[in-house]
Design a protein around this ligand. Structure first.
Ligand SMILES: O=C(O)CCC(=O)C(=O)O
Ligand SMILES: [Fe+2]
Length: 335
């Protein structure tokens, strides 16, 4: 088994010649662990390297006082810094040994969703010490959004749907870009200590850039944990909890976790990009996924409702989990 590498050469545009072949590989991965790598994804290696350089500066060049001032708790869209130990992704484990910086698409004040006060829509908080950060992150977000839209087209093909089936669901997407820094795993850490505790992502797609240290592990369908070993110039892609909802459980959103034990004492950096559809996008079993005579496994909802439900659980569970991640697959219809 393992985590397959999908080469997107000649599959990056609608109608591209290898699209069907790649869609078939995507289907296999999606029905397994829900994880795959993408190679030749159209984003230049230098762009990703610049993003890692920025991530390092965000944590190592910006003074502590600025980072405190720009805490996610001071942002209505929960964007900004989150300090070491602030999040506990696996509530049965210890707080995560990581710190992070969140940003997202900067929707203007007159955007209808900002006006309506929909969760996640609005502006960012930036450290004045890094004046290049807003434009650089915006460009990275736009590039990853384009890749996300293409992956959703390949996902549609993989389900024998028209290539543009999901296009309308990404009009004003809920996006979040997170830069993560994991200090070296504590030498005295017990078995319940993680950089990121086991969790599933609750959006549609996560596109992760990781440095070459490794440390990410994926729970395979048989319950074993397999390392998502870094592969040069590849992103790790995983499906979030909206995809099982969209496919009636055919495609999987699997738990994963991080321990920075292989970096020789160095911090590990990773940059997940969370693609979530338009707040009003309808998430319900797509044609061909509910067997004849059976009822759908999940209640239909909008992407915004799914997200709000995840926030509600998150707060009920007293974790501090902003957009991007959470535990559990939401709101399965009771049997
Ligand atoms: O750092 C990583 O490799 C994974 C991070 C992650 O799973 C998340 O932020 O949801
Ligand atoms: Fe995750």
């Amino acid at each position: 088994m393992g985590i397959p590498i999908l080469d997107l050469t000649d599959a990056l545009h609608p109608g591209a010649p290898r699209s069907a072949e790649v869609a078939a590989q995507l289907r296999q991965a999606a029905m397994g662990s829900g994880f795959f790598y993408v190679r030749h994804h159209g984003i230049a290696a230098e762009v990703v390297q610049q993003q890692f350089a920025l991530a390092r500066q965000l944590f190592e060049a910006v003074p502590e006082a600025t980072r405190e001032r720009l805490s996610i708790h001071h942002s209505p869209t929960q964007r900004g810094y989150e300090q070491l130990g602030a999040q506990t992704l696996d509530l049965s484990a210890r707080p995560d040994v990581k710190e992070s910086f969140y940003c997202g698409m900067a929707y203007p004040d007159d955007h209808p969703y900002v006006q309506a006060g929909y969760q996640t829509y609005g502006g960012n908080q930036w450290p004045p010490e890094l004046p290049q950060a807003p434009a650089q992150c915006e460009a990275y977000i736009q590039a990853l959004l384009a890749l996300s839209r293409r992956l959703m087209q390949l996902l549609a093909l993989s389900l024998a749907l028209p290539e543009d089936y999901f296009d309308a669901t990404s009009a004003s997407p809920m996006l979040s870009l997170r830069m993560l820094r994991y200090p070296a795993h504590p030498a005295d850490a017990d078995a319940q200590t993680f950089g990121a505790g086991a969790h599933t992502d609750w959006g549609a797609l996560t596109i992760l850039a990781q440095d070459m240290h490794g440390g990410l592990e994926v729970c395979m369908p048989d319950g074993s944990w397999v390392p998502a070993t870094p592969v040069a110039d590849c992103f790790v892609v995983n499906l979030g909890d909206m995809i099982p909802r969209w496919t009636n459980g055919l495609y999987h959103s699997n738990p994963h976790r991080v321990r920075n034990t292989r970096s020789g004492g160095q911090p590990r950096f990773s940059i997940p990009f969370f693609y979530e559809p338009d707040f009003m996008a309808r998430i319900e079993a797509v044609p061909g996924t509910v067997p004849a005579g059976e009822a759908p496994r999940f209640a239909p909802c909008t992407a915004g409702e799914h997200l709000s439900e995840m926030y509600r659980r998150t707060y009920q569970l007293k974790t501090k989990t902003p957009a991007g991640t959470d535990t559990g697959v939401g709101a399965e219809v009771a049997a």
